[in-house]
Design a protein around this ligand. Structure first.
Ligand code: AMP
Length: 451
């Protein structure tokens, strides 16, 4: 999972890219970077760490350009390493290119091996480099044509921003797995993974880039192209964006993320009969769901866990040991609130089960009488191949255990998940989502991934 942004303006835009990336920080904290086109060359700066650590003022001052792209990274394919930072920058036949990618290709290995046999030497271990190489290979002067050819090769999830001398290009794969939104600020255009960055930059959201759409922006003009056909009916937007990834202020493909989350909590409360004293969210991801639960059940809403906001998302810590320490560091129970209480604890999802187990344990140690865990999404039973870092099936607690066994394992007094029907209802019954992590119905067959 990553965040991407692109801006096309007539003035220097590195500071705007910086602020835009700042607002996408929740989508990846491992590395970040920006690249800008100044009419002659592409300048860039990338590094490991948070936006505020990597993109210092001295660096931004050196990056002069009126078209640019940016990326924040959360590693899925390829390790957490400086060589894997984006945007990637390259040149072929004298034509400079830079790309930033969000999503996962499902035929990355196949393409990489084929290119290697042809003599390509890869400098990174990320699938995005495969995209850059194919694009550069077919880029002979018409960026749209070369993007269409690249799209013939690459399969899977990709939202892309591309910097070229022909302008800024934004691309969304034919299923639209990952979000990409188009906005405007005067004569300038902004494309971003989330609408919140467009608001923050003082722009106005125009619309989502459609699945299979390619947009070319230059000198205040925008042209839209379709990759082959009209792909609207193939929409398979990742429902996990709404469940967890996107910020509450995002609206993705006309579904408001905050409303979706509140509604999920209302729906799960509607069918619940637990007799508890308080509703407590797991901050921050469980807050809207807990609010919805409280509205429907009328059980008082309390802040029973204090979050250390300076700790990143625990999921990004690559090994299990670090992940466990991360959970402890991140959330501390408020003893005065939870002691002696029967609690309905709300979180958005259970993946491996680590987070819930730790939290329930700490709530009990703080004196909670009972903890009834309610999860505002169904059990994650299947791996994701399209950019969410849900691991191999064997690591997904719900792939091998029943709800009763999960309850035992994590130490909850009771456990309920939102049903698939409830999820569908929360998403306004729109049939536009990929829910493969819950129902195993993959929109396309994973090619080189291990289940
Ligand atoms: P786990 O501890 O593996 O069960 O992870 C579940 C917790 O991590 C929940 O509190 C979620 O808010 C969060 N979460 C769920 N899915 C993801 C993901 N793909 N990446 C990062 N965090 C996640």
């Amino acid at each position: 999972m990553c965040g991407i942004i692109g801006i096309c303006s007539d003035k220097d835009i590195s500071k705007d890219l910086y602020y835009g990336l700042y607002s996408l920080q929740h989508r990846g904290q491992e590395s970040c970077g920006i690249s800008v086109w100044n009419g002659e060359k592409i300048d860039y700066h990338r590094g490991m760490g948070l936006v505020s650590d990597v993109l210092k003022k001295e660096e931004l001052d050196k990056l002069k350009g009126n078209i640019g792209i940016g990326h924040v990274r959360y590693s899925t394919v390829g390790g957490s390493h400086i060589s894997n930072c984006q945007p990637l920058v390259g040149a072929c036949r004298g034509k400079k290119l830079s790309i930033a990618h969000n999503g996962n290709l499902i035929n990355n290995l196949y393409l990489r091996q084929t290119l290697e046999e042809e003599g390509f030497i890869f400098q990174t271990s990320i699938d995005s480099e495969v995209i850059l190489y194919i694009l550069a290979r077919y880029y002979k002067g018409d960026i749209i044509e070369s993007i269409k050819i690249t799209m013939d090769y690459i399969k899977g999830a990709y939202s892309l921003v591309v910097l070229s001398e022909e302008g800024l290009v934004a691309v969304r794969d034919p299923h639209g797995f990952r979000p990409l939104v188009l906005g405007r600020r005067g004569d300038e255009y902004i494309v971003s993974s989330e609408s919140g960055s467009i608001d923050i930059l003082g722009g106005e959201v125009i619309r989502d880039i459609e699945p299979g759409e390619i947009v070319l922006i230059k000198d205040g003009n925008l042209k839209s192209y379709n990759y082959r056909n009209n792909y609207k009916e193939m929409k398979k937007i990742c429902i996990f964006e709404h469940i967890y990834f996107a910020r509450n202020d995002a609206v993705i493909d006309s579904v408001n993320v905050y409303d979706f989350r509140v509604k999920s909590g209302e729906i799960i409360a509607r069918e619940d009969d637990v007799d508890a004293d308080i509703v407590v969210p797991v901050p921050d991801s469980g807050i809207p769901g807990a609010l919805g639960y409280f509205r429907k059940s009328k059980i008082p809403f309390e802040e029973g866990l204090v979050k250390n906001r300076y700790v990143g998302r625990t999921f990004i810590k690559p090994d299990q040991n670090e992940r466990e320490i991360g959970v402890k560091l991140k959330l501390n129970p408020l003893t005065s609130v939870v002691k002696g209480k029967s609690i309905v604890l709300i979180d958005d999802s259970i993946v491996r089960g680590t987070t819930s187990k730790r939290i329930i344990d700490s709530l009990k140690k703080a004196g909670a009488k009972e903890v009834h865990l309610r999860i505002t999404s169904p059990p994650v039973k299947y791996s994701c191949f399209f950019g969410i870092d849900t691991p191999r099936r064997s690591q997904l607690i719900a792939s091998k255990k029943s709800i009763e066994d999960i309850k035992e394992e994590i130490g909850a007094d009771s456990l309920k998940f939102l049903s698939l029907e409830g999820l569908f209802e929360a998403a306004d019954f729109k049939n536009i989502f990929c829910m493969a992590c819950f129902d195993g119905k993959y929109p396309m067959k994973p090619m080189d991934k291990e289940e």
